[in-house]
Design a protein around this ligand. Sequence first.
Ligand code: ACO
Length: 356
Amino acid sequence: MTIGLDDVVAAETALSHVDGEAGRLIIAGHDLEELAGRVSFEDVTAMLWEGLVPHAASDPKALLSEARQRAYRYLAPLSPRLAGLTPVEGMRLLLASLPDADEDHPSLAVGAAGIAAAMAVRGAQGLAPVAPDSLLGHAEDTLRMMRDAPVSGDEAKGLDTYLVTVIDHGLNASTFTARVVASTQAGILSSVVAGLCALKGPLHGGAPGPVLDMLDDIGTVDNAEAWLDDAIARGERLMGFGHRIYKVRDPRADVLKTAVGRLKGKSNRIAFAEAVEATALKVLERRKPGRRLDTNVEFYTAVLLDALGVPRDGFTPLFAAGRAAGWVAHAIEQTRTGRIIRPQSRYVGAWPAQAA
Ligand code: ACO
């Protein structure tokens, strides 16, 4: 029996495949590198939803744009309730309030995830929500609504690349959670809320700041080698390095690094982060020989979202905004099996005393 389900195959999926040994992520039949930064979030969503959501491919940009408008009508009145909540708590509140009675759950869930991420970040700062713009793409509009400021082409491309990069990733904890809820026939919106609840934990998507905290602590390029060396000598982990499944480079780190490169003029932290990465790889090679430790998705996610002006506590909501499209696809795929996910546990508690 495997405790924790490591190595257990719990579902068959045509959505994505993670090959950790080869450093490969396949999404809807394509390598991530063919999609991120090349195909829009809306179009990759349509590719994932093909055969699962009727008409998803006919005009995906219009579908999500219309869904943002509809979601805003449901969610904007809830803005006063966001005061005092962190952005991820606010996003949970907003998504949980969507009505099962809405006629189009798949697109509503994804449109609402963009609206909720933007609203929840603003709400945590005591700011009023910004309405969606039907002419913009999903990434550009989400960032514009979050910042209430125009978004440049490179910035829109940066967030679009990020949303595609995180759209799906095998049977990770939140996707599995979404499938378990879907398997009870609870519905797509409940599956997406459940996915967010699993994602918000610090062991999954809920620890947004550590990479930036590390960069802040290191402070200067000259200090990097000594800082990193001392941290490893103390037995600490370098944030944004290593991965349980990818035993070579995390392909998501590569595509995000390319997106970050386009934003160099926006943030001094980018060149600094690149210098720290190069030094860290040298230090890890020396201190942990043969471990194959490399940059993971968290490293360039932090640098990219920071350069886009997203506050640290907004990183997890944006992760959820991208992953929502994957959760929806998995929920439908699972629902179609008609089978509830119901594993076993091994009882290790006390047994009732034998009757005399
Ligand atoms: N910095 C320094 N050493 C590391 C790091 C790191 N980031 N990651 C692993 N190691 C070392 C371990 O100390 C260990 O060395 P040892 O054999 O001398 O004891 C060896 O590499 C193997 O460590 P494991 O814990 O077996 O590696 P595992 O694959 O289980 O860990 C994990 C993966 C948890 C991601 C780890 O690399 C880590 O803690 N990284 C830092 C935190 C981080 O970046 N998290 C985000 C991951 S991306 C994501 O989850 C979406």
